[in-house]
Design a protein around this ligand. Structure first.
Ligand code: SF4
Length: 486
């Protein structure tokens, strides 16, 4: 009976399975793989609303609110749970079939009222999943109606963002939600000639809390007053003191509202924040800057020099010493990474940073895959590759997934892969080490606490990569080459 329970529709001999598996490693298969149009296999990105949820989580006493399906909301929460190994507070109005037919207004009314009564947030940030976007729910009207009908107080801030996943990824959702919140909070708060004297720092979509703490440390060393928007550092990395806090940390709402009168507003992720920065440029006082993520020596130098210039402060001695240590570490370790080829994938801003670091180390970012971007990004990446002799022969593939990457690696091998946990299947298939950088990292611990930006990030990246290559050497070399010293 048990044997009959699963009836195989088609059976294949082990030889046939082996033959096809080998064929998937060939040029012939690669050609067919790159010709596919209607199917995506293991893309290196997440849904738009997940990015929106990261933003919503990063504002103080704010409840992230999903207008849409329960299953989507569980996916966003569990991804954050698994990556940060922390609770991720967010609620959902659980639209089902009737919502899909009649619209989700009633779900939103009930959801907002229940969530406000139970969790007493100071702000609720609403973002959508695909279903309400497909049927065209009008959030402006729905939220206005909810307030008018008394489901939530009139003065409760409820910014929102449309985040359809069929048209974008987590970085686009991040951008929409951040713009939505800043638009809402800063309305009528601009005061001519007023200046907070602060830097408004927009780190972008970054699951690495170590990076955020590194930015904070650098700014403290400079003695530059700042507000980070959003700030998820305490939200997803607060200590365990025996008490559960529903709203730990986050950017204070009043500081976010005042950010419109800031001295400088700076984004560190150009490709993640275009709409937010367009809004900032049109509405915010002060200087507006978009800098590259400071990965590698050159990009970190550029950020520190810019901060020094904008705030008229010298680069702190401590940071100069750190730079010297990072350069020393690069010199010590270059022999283990120089000339190695890598396949890298991930978000555009992270990719530009990783490639910059690899080129500085004399390594080749041989295959570069971005599963959602455009020709402009490709051009920018190619221009970066052209700045170094180690970029020669490296190729950029936009709107390709990790199944494409598998074909690239089998037909044109590399020494290692750099990206998030999604790449572990490619790494296993190809027998290569995977250096985990990006989001999500759900199969290793504490990497989200280890910065990859700044001079310390250079040392951390180098240590991770070089030590793994040394491990491989120790594990695979013949006895006569097994040495104490490497
Ligand atoms: S693609 Fe759309 S429906 Fe699917 S999980 Fe993401 S938001 Fe939900």
């Amino acid at each position: 009976m048990t044997e009959n329970a699963v009836k195989k529709i088609t059976t294949h001999t082990p030889e046939e399975i082996e033959r096809v598996a080998e064929w998937t490693k060939t040029e012939d298969y690669k050609e067919k793989n790159f010709a596919r149009e209607a199917l995506v296999v293991n893309p290196a990105h997440a849904c738009q609303p997940l990015g929106a949820q990261m933003v919503a989580s990063g504002f103080a006493e704010t409840l992230p609110f999903v207008h849409g399906s329960q299953g989507c909301a569980s996916y966003f929460r569990s991804t954050f749970n698994r990556h940060f190994r922390e609770p991720s507070a967010a609620t959902c109005d659980a639209m089902t079939e009737d919502g899909a037919v009649f619209g989700g207004q009633n779900n939103l009314f009930e959801g907002l009222e229940n969530a406000y009564t139970l969790y007493k947030p100071k702000m609720m940030a609403v973002y959508t999943t695909c279903m309400p976007e497909v049927i065209g729910d009008d959030l402006t009207a729905f939220i206005k109606n909810a307030k008018a009908a008394g489901h939530v107080p009139e003065d409760l801030p409820i910014p929102y963002a449309n985040t359809p996943s069929f048209n974008g990824t987590h970085i686009h959702g991040f951008d929409s939600m951040l713009k939505g919140i800043l638009e809402y909070l800063t309305k009528d708060r601009k005061v001519e000639d007023k200046c907070t004297g602060k830097l408004n720092l927009i780190p972008g979509f970054d699951g690495n809390i170590g990076n955020l703490r590194e930015y904070q440390r650098i700014l403290d060393l400079f003695e530059i007053p700042f507000v980070m928007m959003p700030d998820i550092s305490e939200v997803f990395d607060s200590g365990c003191d025996g008490n559960y806090k529903l709203y730990p940390g986050g950017t204070p709402l009043e500081e976010a509202a005042e950010s419109i009168n800031g001295k400088v507003t700076m984004s560190l992720q150009k490709w993640t924040t275009p709409h937010t920065m367009r809004f900032v440029k049109s509405e915010y006082s002060g200087v507006h800057e978009v800098m590259a993520m400071p990965m590698g020596i050159e990009k970190t130098d550029a950020l520190l020099m810019k901060l020094s210039e904008l705030f008229d402060k010298p680069v702190p001695e401590e940071l100069k010493k750190e730079r010297a240590r990072a350069v020393d570490a690069m010199t010590d370790g270059h022999q283990y990474i120089h000339g190695k080829k890598f396949a890298v994938y991930g978000d555009p801003d992270y990719l530009l940073g990783i490639v910059s670091f690899l080129l500085e180390m004399g390594a080749h970012p041989h295959h570069i895959v971005c599963s959602r971007s455009n020709k402009k990004f490709k051009k920018e990446m190619e221009a970066l590759l052209e700045t170094s002799e180690y970029g020669a022969g490296c190729t950029v593939h936009v709107n390709r997934d990790l199944w494409h990457l598998r074909s690239l690696i089998f037909t044109d091998p590399v020494d290692g892969i750099i990206g998030d946990t999604h790449g572990k299947f490619v790494a296993r298939d190809t027998g290569l080490p995977l250096f985990r950088v990006g989001f999500p990292i759900i199969d290793r611990i504490n990497l989200h606490r280890s910065p990859v930006v700044g001079y310390q990030g250079v040392i951390n990246l180098m240590s991770m990569i070089c030590n793994k290559f040394l491990d491989i050497k120790d594990e695979t070399c013949e006895d006569q080459w097994f040495e104490m010293m490497r």
